[in-house]
Design a protein around this ligand. Structure first.
Ligand code: ADP
Ligand code: MG
Length: 523
C-alpha cells in the first residue's frame, strides 16, 4: 500500500520547541473557540464541574482523497431519502426486529414502544432525521473507494465541534504552518468549508417551523433530551446556539431547552384537553411557564443504559405518542440497526458473482428514477453478513469461528455509541459464549483497510502521540419527511466530520477516548 502524500505531509516535528509552540497555540485556540469537552469526573479540584478541556485534535489536517470526499458528500441526500423510506416500511423493519430481538431485549423494547403508539394511532406525521453516514477509504490496488462503516440515525454527534476543528486547521494553515522550519505554504492546503453546526441547526429549525403554531396558545420550543453527566456538552451547546439564531420566517428567537432523558416524566406532560396529545414542557427553573414542544431531539436514549427502569420506557413512549416531531422516531432509530445495513448490503437472489443484486436495496429504490441513487449507494457497501441460519449466515459462521479467517472481520451487535463491537481474533471466543440461537442478533462485517497515514494527536490530557493513524469520514444529512404520505419536505447534506485514531486502535469513538477530531486536506 502507498500512503496518500508520500513522506512530506503531515510533517513529523523533530524540533521540541516547534512542537511545543504548535501545541500551546492549539491548547489556547480550542478553549477560546469552544472546541472543548468536560474533563472526566475524576478530575481533582473540579467538584463543581466548571472546567473545560480542549477536545483531542490532530496537529495537522489529514490528507483525504478528493474524489472520495466528493463522492461521500454527493451520496448523502440519496442516503437521507433511503433511510426516510426504510423508516416508513414497518413490515420490513418488523421482520428484522423479529430476527434480532430473540437475543436483544433493547431492540425488542423499542419495537414495543412503536406497537403501543401504532395501536392508538400516531398524531404527528412529520419525522426529522439528523443523520451521519460514516466511511473509511478502502484501498484496492491503485483504486481508492469510500466504504461505509455505519449509518447513524440517532444522536449523531460532533457536528458542533467538527466545523470548529475545520476552523482550527484553517487558522493554523495561515498563522503557524507557514513559519515552521519546513514551511507549508497556505496555498498548498485545500481545506474545504465545513458548515456542520449550521447545517444540523438548519434541520432542527426547519422542523420547528414546520410544526407551526400551538393550537393551545403556548409558545413552542425545541427540546434537547440529553444524558446526565454528558462530557460532550459543548458539541450540543454549539448546536443549541445555532438553532436559537437560525434564520426563520420571522426574526423571533427559537426557544431551546435541555432536559435530561431521566427527567422527561417529571417535567413534561401530554395535553389532556386535546386529542393531538401536545407535549408540554414545564421548565423546572420557572414552573409558571409552559412551552409546547415542537421538536424533541434525542441526544440520549440510543442505548440500554438510558433505560434503567420501566419508567424510562414510559418516557420514551410519552415522546413517541406525542404531537412533537421526534428526531428520531422509534422506527427511524430502528432503521439505524446494523442489521438493516447488513440486509441492504448482502446480495440476495440470483445475481451472478460480478453483479450481485442487493434485493433489499432494490425494495426501497425500485423505479428507473432511483437507478442513479441505487448505483451510488451500492458502491459504498462492503461485505456484511448475517450470522443466522440462512445460507449466507452459515458461510459467515464458518468464517467467524475460524481463527485464521476471522482476523479480517468485525462482529457487531445492534448497538450505538461505541465499545460494543468484537474485533478479529476475539470473535470466535465471544461467539462461543453466546447461545447459537442468539447469533442472529449480530452481523459480521469485513474490515475496511485505509491507506497508511501518519499524524500527531494532541490528547485532552496534553499528551502528544505521533504515529500511524486511521481516518474515518462522516457526512451529516438532515431530512424531514411525512411518515404517512412519504413526502420529503426537506433533504440536505449538512457538512462533515473527520475522526482520526491511532492505527493500533480498533474502536474510533472520540467521546469514548479512542479517536480525535481532525479535518480534511483534499489531495
Ligand atoms: P458504533 O455504533 O459503536 O459507533 P461502528 O460500527 O461505528 O459502531 O464501529 C465503531 C468503530 O469501529 C468505527 O468507528 C471504526 O473505527 C471501527 N470499525 C467498525 N466497522 C469497521 C470496518 N468494517 N472496518 C474497519 N473499521 C471498522
Ligand atoms: Mg460509529
Amino acid at each position: 500500500m502507498t500512503s496518500l502524500t508520500g513522506d512530506s505531509y503531515p510533517p513529523v516535528l523533530e524540533d521540541a520547541r516547534e512542537l511545543e509552540r504548535l501545541v500551546q497555540t492549539i491548547k489556547d485556540w480550542t478553549i477560546a473557540h469552544g472546541l472543548a469537552v468536560r474533563p472526566p469526573p475524576t478530575n481533582p479540584g473540579d467538584e463543581e464541574g466548571v472546567l473545560a478541556t480542549g477536545a483531542p485534535v490532530t496537529l495537522f489536517p489529514s490528507p483525504f482523497p478528493r474524489s472520495c470526499f466528493e463522492e461521500a458528500k454527493a451520496v448523502q441526500t440519496q442516503y437521507n431519502e433511503l433511510y426516510a423510506r426504510i423508516s416508513r416500511d414497518e413490515e420490513f423493519l418488523g421482520q428484522l426486529v423479529k430476527q434480532v430481538a430473540g437475543g436483544d431485549d433493547f431492540i425488542d423494547n423499542l419495537w414495543k414502544v412503536h406497537l403501543r403508539v401504532k395501536e392508538e394511532g400516531y398524531v404527528q406525521s412529520l419525522t426529522l432525521g439528523l443523520f451521519r453516514s460514516d466511511y473509511m477509504v478502502h484501498q484496492d490496488g491503485d483504486k481508492l473507494q469510500i466504504k461505509q462503516v455505519e449509518f447513524n440515525t440517532i444522536a449523531s454527534s460532533f457536528g458542533g465541534l467538527s466545523s470548529r476543528t475545520s476552523l482550527l486547521h484553517k487558522h493554523l494553515a495561515k498563522t503557524e504552518y507557514p513559519f515552521l522550519s519546513n514551511p507549508i505554504p497556505p496555498s498548498s492546503l485545500d481545506l474545504p468549508e465545513n458548515r456542520s453546526t449550521e447545517g444540523l441547526a438548519a434541520g432542527l429549525a426547519a422542523a420547528y417551523h414546520a410544526y407551526g403554531k400551538s393550537a393551545l396558545g403556548h409558545p413552542t420550543c425545541v427540546l434537547f433530551l440529553v444524558q446526565d453527566g454528558e462530557r460532550n456538552v459543548f458539541d450540543q451547546r454549539h448546536l443549541e446556539y445555532a438553532v436559537q439564531q437560525a434564520p426563520g420566517p420571522n426574526a423571533d428567537l427559537i426557544p431551546v431547552f435541555r432536559l435530561p432523558f431521566s427527567q422527561i416524566l417529571t417535567h413534561t406532560t401530554l395535553a389532556t384537553s386535546s386529542p393531538r396529545r401536545e407535549l408540554l414542557y414545564h421548565p423546572p427553573h420557572n414552573p409558571s411557564l409552559t412551552f409546547e414542544v415542537a421538536v424533541a431531539y434525542l441526544r440520549a436514549g440510543y442505548g440500554p443504559g438510558d433505560y434503567p427502569t420501566p419508567a424510562a420506557w414510559d418516557a420514551r413512549y410519552q415522546l413517541e405518542r406525542s404531537n412533537a416531531i421526534t428526531c428520531p422516531s422509534v422506527l427511524t432509530q430502528l432503521a439505524g440497526m446494523k442489521k438493516v445495513q447488513q440486509v441492504l448490503a448482502t446480495p440476495e437472489g440470483s445475481g451472478d458473482d460480478d453483479d450481485p443484486i442487493p434485493s433489499a436495496l432494490r425494495r426501497f429504490l425500485p423505479s428507473p428514477a432511483d437507478a442513479a441513487a441505487l448505483a451510488a449507494i451500492r458502491k459504498t457497501f462492503t461485505n456484511i453478513y448475517p450470522l443466522d441460519g440462512s445460507p449466507a449466515g452459515l458461510l459467515a459462521r464458518a468464517i467467524a469461528t475460524d481463527p485464521a479467517r476471522c482476523v479480517r472481520y468485525v462482529m457487531k451487535p445492534q448497538r450505538e455509541g461505541g465499545g460494543n463491537n468484537v474485533y478479529k481474533s476475539a470473535i470466535p471466543a465471544r461467539l462461543a459464549a453466546i447461545p447459537p440461537e442468539h447469533w442472529g442478533s449480530y452481523i459480521l462485517m469485513e474490515l475496511i483497510t485505509p491507506p497508511p497515514a501518519v499524524n500527531t494527536i494532541l490528547r485532552g490530557n496534553g499528551k502528544v502521540e505521533q504515529g500511524g493513524v486511521i481516518c474515518e469520514l462522516g457526512v451529516y444529512g438532515t431530512c424531514l419527511w411525512n411518515r404517512e404520505t412519504g413526502e420529503v419536505v426537506r433533504n440536505e447534506e449538512a457538512g462533515y466530520l473527520l475522526r482520526t485514531k491511532g492505527d493500533q486502535s480498533e474502536e474510533g469513538g472520540v467521546a469514548a477516548g479512542y479517536g480525535c477530531m481532525d479535518s480534511v486536506r483534499l489531495v
